[in-house]
Design a protein around this ligand. Sequence first.
Ligand SMILES: [Zn+2]
Length: 266
Amino acid sequence: MASSRAKTIRIGFLLTVLAGVLLFAWRDVSRRNARNEWRDPLSVGVVILDASGPVSALDPAAVATLHSGIGALGNRLSREYERYHTTTRSMIQTVPYGPVAVDAAPPQLEADDWWSLVKYTWDVQRYVWNVDSRAAVPSRGLDSRIYIVATPVRDAAAKWVEGASQQGGRFGFAVVELDESTVDLVLFVAAHELMHTLGASDKYTASGTLIPDGLGDPEQKPLFPQRYAEVMARNRVLGPGREVVPETLDELRVGRLTAREIGWLR
Ligand SMILES: [Zn+2]
């Protein structure tokens, strides 16, 4: 008798927990989907992580330029929104946080199986909790968070940046080499990763930019050299088989296919 009552209580407790988890998941999915409806401005936290070692080796001037550039990024993306919609509101607001020191790069997905994915999700969540608490990033109110993991430039001839983001998720990471000359490229990659969190797909492959969807302006006449770089293609196409990384944020364009994927066009 007593054990059957204990069992009933235990099952009742587990059902309550399950209902709570399902409710949380449902609310999280509907809030993430709401980002693509663009009824309200999108609020994006961009967190600078200093991965240069126990003693920071980042150039303070480059960090300061990046910090102020993060605000400008929101303005640049809001102007792109206005190419598709008439509005008086700034629809993308980007808020800088950090820098905070980290002793490890963000976790990476090691394999495609179910268990690796669960482990990766947990590791990323722990990584993000840790840096958010140290950078005073609020746990509520931000629609997406992009983490810029910065080290100094090692080889001036081959400055590199790369990113990884949850497609349609909450977080994106840009792993970058930072100095004054790479700030705009770093912001461009941050925008690219942000677009991934909103559901945009890459517009390039190993053989280069996809044409026409990856062109900054597919209507441009003559078509080449392109004046703009599409955010999900990353590069500015000079001609067939020739492309360069963007130099300034002014070259950034959100093309029609990307605009459709993130809900700017229906
Ligand atoms: Zn990408």
